[in-house]
Design a protein around this ligand. Structure first.
Ligand SMILES: [Zn+2]
Length: 264
């Protein structure tokens, strides 16, 4: 190999986050994002609203396991913004497939849908500290991809960065489920821009990178609802699989799932 090329490889090593060399991402990792999106809300205990209303439908492109974890971690926190070019088109294709699933919910969400108002694609806000550390907001990239995908499916859609985080939640330890819900709801607020951009009773689709417990997604949903908007669904890149039923039976644990998971 020519010395120049050897030097270039030493300076700029290219590798898929899974370790495969000489490609920015490999075919195996890309195949994990090929979909179709699957419903994931039942694996997220904190999406439980405790008011008898079923949790908001969440569609995930893929389980948050193995190589997908590596992809997301490198993309978000290790400077691999170039993975936008893999992840955004994958989520766009997934959102395009959601058109038929979202349409019935849209027809119930009156009156803005009847007026033909676009679906507001709302990124779930990251903390200011996370945004500063990353120098950008990866979820905004995903939100644009989802809006594209919904438009591909014939639904008018636009990104509205309507939400922001309000500092960190107080320690959740020792709080009952209801108090915990109130505590977390307080961590997401409407932005001025959101209040200006969203019409009365807008139809919203939330977008996030990874669904874990659903706490932040639930806070985002409630904040929009409190301001009179309808959240008809959410789309995420990946979702933590629910705790394996088999395993819980095996260890004889009868308590509720994932009580000790982090509030992400
Ligand atoms: Zn790979």
């Amino acid at each position: 190999m020519q010395p120049v090329r050897v030097l270039a490889r030493l300076l700029l090593p290219v590798a898929c986050p899974c370790g495969e060399l000489d490609v920015p991402w490999c075919a195996r990792c890309a195949a994990l994002l090929a979909g179709p999106p699957v419903r994931a809300e039942h694996g997220a205990p904190r999406l439980d609203r405790l008011d008898g209303v079923p949790p908001v439908p969440v569609w995930a492109l893929t389980p948050y396991t193995g190589p997908v974890r590596d992809l997301v971690v490198h993309w978000k926190d290790r400077g691999r913004a170039d993975l936008d070019r893999l992840l955004a088109p994958a989520l766009q294709r997934a959102a395009a497939r959601l058109g038929p699933a979202l349409s019935p919910a849209l027809s119930f969400a009156l009156p803005s849908a009847l007026r033909g108002a676009p679906v507001a694609v709302v990124p779930v806000p990251s903390t200011g500290a996370a945004r500063r550390a990353r120098g950008r907001d990866p979820v905004a990239v995903l939100a644009r991809a989802v809006a594209h995908g919904l438009r591909d499916a014939g639904l008018p859609a636009r990104v509205v960065p309507a939400l922001a985080r309000r500092g960190s939640a107080r320690d959740q330890v020792g709080l009952g489920a209801r108090a915990r819900g109130r505590n977390l709801t307080g961590t997401v607020r409407m932005t001025r821009r959101g209040m200006r951009a969203l019409e009365q009773r807008s139809v919203c689709v939330l977008v996030d990178d990874v669904l874990t417990t659903g706490a932040t997604l639930a806070a985002a949903e409630r904040t929009l609802e409190r301001h009179g908007h309808d959240v008809i669904g959410a789309t995420v890149l990946a979702a933590t699989p629910p705790p394996a039923r088999v395993e819980r039976v095996k260890v004889g644990a009868l308590s509720g799932p994932a009580e000790n998971l982090a509030n992400t």
